[in-house]
Ligand binder design. Sequence first.
Ligand code: AMP
Ligand code: MG
Length: 418
Amino acid sequence: MTLTPPPLRNDCFALPTGVDWTPVDEALALLKTRMHPVTGEETVPLDQALGRVLSRDVLALRSNPPLPNTAVDGYGFAGAVVEGSHVLPLITGRAAAGLAFEGVVPRGHAIRILTGASLPKGVDTVILQEDVTVDETHVAFRGPLKQGANTRKAGEDVQEGGCILPEGRRVTPADLALASATGHAHLWVRRKLRVGVLSTGDELVEPGQAARPGQIYDANRPMLLALLQHMGFESRDLGAVADDREMLRARLTEGAAHTDVILTSGGASAGDEDHVSALLRDTGALQEWRIALKPGRPLALAMWEGTPVFGLPGNPVAALVCTLIFARPAMAVLSGAAWQVPQGMDLPAAFSKSKKPGRREYLRARVRDGQVEVFRSEGSGRISGLSWAEGLVELPDGAVQISPGDLVRYIPYDSFYS
Ligand code: AMP
Ligand code: MG
């Protein structure tokens, strides 16, 4: 384990003065400049590296393929073959993957060779076994065949010393193939980012408990904890607290001691019961980012005893959208990963909508038969729509008038997890 980088500064969320509603792209650009990695690094064996963030560039310790070899089963010999029929004497022995043929194949002779075998000395070209007739002593086939046909050059895929994976990348199953093939048994990765999740509100009850009239079950916490796991972070359940400033203070302090980031939901507006923003304003260097976004409220960003706090709206729909659009790329950078832009695609709409200018808007959506459908209601409390959806439609900041068949930008939920 090496040194852990310093935490974020207390003024890291400060906004330029005089800014009113900040467009989404500007808010993201600002967030990008303010975040930096806060986790230390360690080495892990390949079988524990999946989903982890690389803390260093990975260089190939070995070329792939390490030696020239054959891409097919067949017969190897030297040089190009001209048009017409050819008969070559076969030498005894064969070359197979992992079992190199140690001798030399004399000019004008051929050798049996199997896929993956290193090319023996005297062989640079291979003819496919389907294209020959063969007996005990000779192989016959028709040209032409180019020199080097059906072979792979040493290092044609990866050269020894070349960068195979960049720092900040989240390791995929295919990356493990590449790392292993080029000689790695371990990788340098960041320690996992620990993210605490805290729900707030007098109305919340725990799943399994009896709910009085007026009380509701906590929907945000199970969703956010699961999302964080999907994103490769280590989630910490900080529970739910009532709208009570002292309890909230104690819970934040307790949480901050064991986490790198805290996500709270609820109580983040400017209302009487919005204790999260009130407390953070007094003690946590609160910055209210009024972002031109729907659904969403001002995003409360603060530092609590060295730990950044994202104060998310209480509405589950707004909480999810704010997490995906803002908290996720910020947390990615804190975790040592590169800044991430979710990849969307332009697909024909299966709906109509007219949108006023001013705010970027995200709708719950899914794709069926190549067309984007949106949930029937845009109500921010409609949890069933979150579950119905498989992604979001992103509508631009300006006014738009969408008719069926018009292209709209669809971002699958999966784009936010990788
Ligand atoms: P707030 O941001 O505290 O004003 O909450 C906005 C709305 O979201 C209210 O209707 C809350 O009851 C609801 N809400 C807040 N937290 C949660 C939660 N954890 N699960 C479900 N709904 C919530
Ligand atoms: Mg509340």
